[in-house]
Design a protein around this ligand. Structure first.
Ligand SMILES: Nc1ncnc2c1ncn2[C@@H]1O[C@H](COP(=O)(O)OP(=O)(O)OP(=O)(O)O)[C@@H](O)[C@H]1O
Ligand SMILES: [Mg+2]
Length: 247
């Protein structure tokens, strides 16, 4: 389970990126984190993984506080960042070995998992090449494989489908469902509302660092009958404090 309790974060320079945000992701659930550019999704996810520290509030991952028990919490997390352009000089398999070393995955398990995941994402032929030679989508895929190599319980995926071809995106969505169905928590951010609509058990909609809505899509559409998710989203972005009057 992922629990975000009254978390706030202001960056140097005064940008309040996350403003008293609370929500959770229960075991067995896929939760979609939705909001416009700059609304605080990545900042929230980086705080969940310990990359950034909250100013106030606390975050629990599988019962461990990410600030006071970071190692236990991090061991449970599979995180895909919003930028796949990392560790470019490493060969694909070296990168996976590096991540497997960090998480203490046995040699036998890492090879088995790397091969199975590479097969699923059509990356088997690329593992012996340097990441810098990969296309954007292939970099995204190696990050996905790396994030899952230690078989983490709690998935925190920042726009995971970006750049993936339809087959790989389909595969990842299937894996997210399978993972949740095994009783684990999956949180992912996306701008693709159709994906959220099809995949999520619940959504958290955020704007200017504040949660505007948290609940099921049925609960959301009940508030706006006979309206598509896209229209609801655009409506919600308009009618709250700070909205651009020209819209
Ligand atoms: N390192 C930083 N220093 C200063 N401000 C930052 C930093 N990172 C993010 N911000 C600001 O925090 C706010 C939230 O940014 P964040 O990246 O969390 O948004 P996001 O919802 O992930 O957006 P997107 O949909 O574009 O990925 C923005 O106003 C952004 O400019
Ligand atoms: Mg982001």
């Amino acid at each position: 389970m992922i629990k975000f309790n009254d978390v706030s974060k202001t960056f140097d320079g005064g940008v309040k990126a996350v403003d008293h945000v609370s929500f959770d992701v229960q075991p067995g659930e896929i939760v979609g984190f939705i909001g416009p550019n700059g609304s605080g999704k990545t900042t929230s996810m980086k705080m969940m993984t310990g990359i950034l520290k909250p100013d106030t509030g606390n975050i629990e991952i599988g019962g461990y506080d990410i600030t006071t028990n970071p190692l236990e919490a991090k061991q449970l997390i599979g995180y895909i960042s919003d930028s796949p352009d990392q560790f470019m000089r490493l060969i694909g398999r070296e990168y996976l070995d590096f991540i497997a070393d960090i998480y203490g995955v046995s040699l036998e398990d890492r090879v088995k998992r790397a091969d199975a995941l590479s097969e699923r994402f059509g990356m088997a032929d690329a593992l012996d090449r340097q990441i810098v030679s990969y296309s954007h989508g292939m970099r995204q895929k190696i990050m996905v494989i790396g994030a899952l190599i230690h078989e983490p319980d709690e998935w925190i995926l920042d726009e995971p489908m970006t750049g993936l071809d339809p087959e790989s995106a389909f595969e990842l969505k299937k894996m997210m469902r399978e993972h949740a169905d095994k009783g684990h928590a999956v949180l992912f951010s996306t701008h693709v509302l159709e994906v959220a609509e099809k995949l999520c058990d619940r959504v958290v909609i955020i704007r200017y660092g504040k949660v505007l809505f948290s609940g099921t899509l049925d609960e959301l559409t009940a508030l706006y009958p006979d309206t598509s998710l896209e229209e609801i989203f655009i409506e919600m972005m308009k009618d709250k404090e700070g909205a651009d009057e020209s819209l």
